[in-house]
Write a protein of this length. Structure first.
Length: 83
């Protein structure tokens, strides 16, 4: 893990080193998620958060190719038409 010493400005801002931003593909104006985890502040790129959510979803769905929103909605419509 790479680490630097930083300083929080009066307005609460910090600067992320260019090599850190480049390493995670974070460009100027890029969106991030800031998490408070115990006494740690974690900064993650939106791409990382989305990728993790997709991985968890695939795991929870058991890799079923038919497990999509469209398939779910089609099944719900079929169920509703039977009522």
């Amino acid at each position: 893990m790479n680490a630097i010493h930083g300083r929080v400005s009066k307005s609460g801002r910090i600067s992320l080193p260019a090599d850190f931003r480049k390493a995670v593909g974070l460009g100027h104006g890029g969106d991030v998620v800031v998490e408070l985890n115990g006494n740690e502040i974690r900064i993650k790129t939106i791409d990382e958060v989305v990728s993790r959510a997709q991985t968890l979803t695939r795991h929870l769905l058991g890799g079923k190719p038919s497990a999509s929103v469209d398939a779910f909605l089609a099944e719900r419509r079929r169920d509703a038409s039977k009522e």
